[in-house]
Design a protein around this ligand. Structure first.
Ligand SMILES: [Zn+2]
Length: 171
């Protein structure tokens, strides 16, 4: 499930405000480096965006210090994560394919997942999963193990629906 990043692929990095935790998790699974803190001041948010050259995603129309971002931000309009992904797909051309070329990132930690051997992963997943799947990825930070199971198929189905919606709304 993991493929190396292509040499010419542009690196897009995001930072999401405190209202956008679910969106941050989806972006990480989609391989986008996305900083997110549940509790962060506007000042710290903007400062980190500038310092780390991250594109700010915010729900806050009146975000203080917005001018410091020099236009490198998107005001997210929708309350639901599918609508938010649809907006980013339309406006920033983010790739909503789960079989993408970027390295997958841990939804919790934003750390790049690494391949885990079947033996190492087997002790950390339910027995039926260890029996059914051969390829696993693991977060080197929190040790969470990822595999292309039913949850993955559900994400894929939902992303496919968002992509279809994007086609519908093209001029
Ligand atoms: Zn993790």
């Amino acid at each position: 499930m993991n493929r190396p990043r292509q040499p010419n692929e542009p690196v897009v990095r995001f930072i999401a405000d405190a209202m956008l935790g679910r969106l941050a998790r989806w972006l990480r699974i989609l391989g986008y480096d996305t900083a997110y803190e549940k509790v962060i001041t506007d000042e710290a948010l903007v400062e980190q965006a500038v310092r780390e050259d991250r594109w700010l995603l915010t729900r806050d129309q009146n975000l203080a210090l917005r001018r410091l971002l020099r236009g490198r931000h998107t005001l997210i309009r929708s309350d639901d994560v599918e609508g938010q992904l649809h907006q980013l797909h339309r406006d920033l051309k983010i790739d909503l394919n789960l079989t993408h070329q970027r390295a997958y990132r841990c939804a919790d930690c934003n750390v790049t997942l690494t391949a885990s051997s079947h033996d190492d992963a087997a002790s950390l997943v339910p027995p039926f999963v260890a029996e059914q799947y051969r390829a696993f990825l693991q977060c080197p930070h929190c040790r969470r193990v990822y595999w292309p199971g039913t949850h993955w198929q559900d994400l894929d189905r939902r992303l496919t629906a968002v992509r279809a919606r994007s086609l519908d709304t093209q001029p």
